[in-house]
Design a protein around this ligand. Sequence first.
Ligand SMILES: *Cc1c(COP(=O)(O)O)cnc(C)c1O
Length: 350
Amino acid sequence: MTIPVTKITNSRIKEVDWDHLTFGDHIADHMFSSEYLNGEWKNPAIVPFHNLTLSPATLALHYGQSVFEGMKAFRMKDGRINVFRIKKHHDRLTNTLERMAMPPISYDFFAESVKQLVAADKDWVPNAAGTSLYIRPFIFANEARFGVKVAEEYLYLIFTGPVATVFMQPIKVKVERTYVRAAKGGTGFAKCAGNYGGAFYPTRLAKAKGYDQVLWTDAKENEYIEESGMMNVMFVIDGKLITPALSGSILDGITRSSLIAIAKDMNLPVEERPISVTELRSAFEKKIISEAFGAGTAAVVAPIGTIGIDKTDYDLPAYNDNSIMFRLRNKLELIRSGQADDVHGWNTIL
Ligand SMILES: *Cc1c(COP(=O)(O)O)cnc(C)c1O
């Protein structure tokens, strides 16, 4: 399947300051688009990045059928380009689309759309350590109509942009026991836009109290740890890597899954199981907790320096190059850049 490409006439690539990349400043020259009409994905095309024209009655804006993925392409040591874990991203997208009553996208269509767009903007894939091309596929109901209904028309778009994972100082998080991000039976496992909108207000309240993020707890008892902000969360307690088991309300992070696999490869003990706030507090009191961090595509790992539990702030010990989170992250980077064996078959090299 070859997707027709309309090339941009004036590339914006000269505007990029490659030595000072951050996250989200630049969008590459081209985008992919396809529309769902009469039960079929039609007219796939790679075209110059452009604004959309939408009706005020666009269904996604009113009733929230809008979902996305976040993935990355890396410049390998030998100069080739690697798109990381396309299959796992497609599996998750499939689950997300199903939960939102949106039409599926086949694996081949998804993989080709991502690969051919990245190939069209291959010069935008940066090569410094810690940089990558962020890829944002998303699908929303663009049908214009009022009245609540499952849409019959959708738009599938992808754009990309060069990013750097900037070094993050350890953050301060607050265990959130009043507001919830997601409940069992809801859409917590799905990467849908609405999950984010509802999370901003509790985060703003936590920020007003001097925290950077919230540590979400479960919706039923407000006692079991779920995620850290919009990242999965991991702890090192008693030398074991522990992360909440996927419960339906936790997002199935690809970084989470990759770090667990790498930890097992390194023979580190790994536990995926419920972690209560009580266990966390007791681990601080017994001084057996040595690390806490967020895991997600954007930052890879985000060290946590302090956890506020009810009225008390508990500090984690200082981190260094030997910290498990950095050893896991470094191994992941070696695999993605082609400097360590891709034993799990995660890389798709263009
Ligand atoms: C995307 C996301 C994550 C992280 O998933 P990755 O695939 O590792 O990027 C974690 N939590 C939420 C809520 C997310 O939306």
